[in-house]
Design a protein around this ligand. Structure first.
Ligand code: ZN
Length: 165
C-alpha cells in the first residue's frame, strides 16, 4: 500500500459518479510518518460525484482500531463508524488552489489519504479506555501488592512518555 493508492483522478471518470472501496488496515497506518495509531481494520467507501464546478466526496468508514487501553493497558478494539461529506471546488485561481478544498481544473487529481486518516482520528473517543471499546467492559485494574508497585509505576511512566509524543 502506498500514498498514491489514495489518489483519485476525477478526469478519468466515465460517469458523473464513481465509488471506491478501501481496506484500511495496518499497512494504511504505516504510510503516515509518526502515526498516532498502527493497527486497525476498517472498510472505507468513497463516493465521488462531479457537478458543475465542483466535486462532492462522501466518505463512509466502518470498522475498528486496535490499541491499548490508556488505563489498564489491555488490548482493546475501538469502533470507528462515521460519515463525512467534502465538496471540492474546481478553479484556475492560483491563490485559491493553496487553500483546502480547491482543486485545479487542469489537474483533477486529489489524494484522500489525509482526509481518511483525520476522519478516523476524529471519530475515536478522547479517552481510549476499555469502557469506550467495542466490548464496553470496565478496566481490569489490578491492585498490586507492595512488591509489585515498582513494576506498575514503570508501566505508567512508559505510558506518559507515549502521551507526550
Ligand atoms: Zn482498560
Amino acid at each position: 500500500m502506498k500514498l498514491t493508492d489514495f489518489d483519485i483522478e476525477f478526469i478519468k471518470f466515465k460517469n458523473e459518479k464513481a465509488t471506491f472501496h478501501y481496506k484500511i488496515d495496518d499497512a494504511f497506518f504505516k504510510i503516515k510518518e509518526n502515526s498516532l495509531f498502527s493497527s486497525g481494520d476498517i472498510k472505507g467507501t468513497v463516493v465521488c460525484e462531479r457537478n458543475d464546478g465542483n466535486i462532492s466526496v462522501k466518505y463512509e468508514l466502518n470498522g475498528h482500531m486496535n490499541m491499548q487501553c490508556e488505563r489498564c493497558l489491555n488490548d482493546i478494539k475501538v469502533g470507528v463508524q462515521s460519515e463525512r461529506n467534502d465538496v471540492l471546488k474546481l478553479t484556475q485561481n492560483e491563490d485559491l488552489l493553496r487553500e483546502e478544498n480547491y482543486l485545479s481544473v487542469n489537474y483533477q487529481v486529489y489524494n484522500i489519504y489525509d482526509s481518511i486518516y483525520e476522519q478516523i482520528c476524529l471519530d475515536l473517543p478522547t479517552r481510549k479506555i476499555c469502557k469506550h471499546s467495542l466490548n464496553h467492559e470496565e478496566c481490569e485494574i489490578q491492585h498490586p501488592k507492595a512488591e509489585d508497585t515498582k513494576e506498575v509505576d514503570e508501566r505508567w511512566a512508559d505510558l506518559k512518555k507515549l502521551i507526550k509524543k
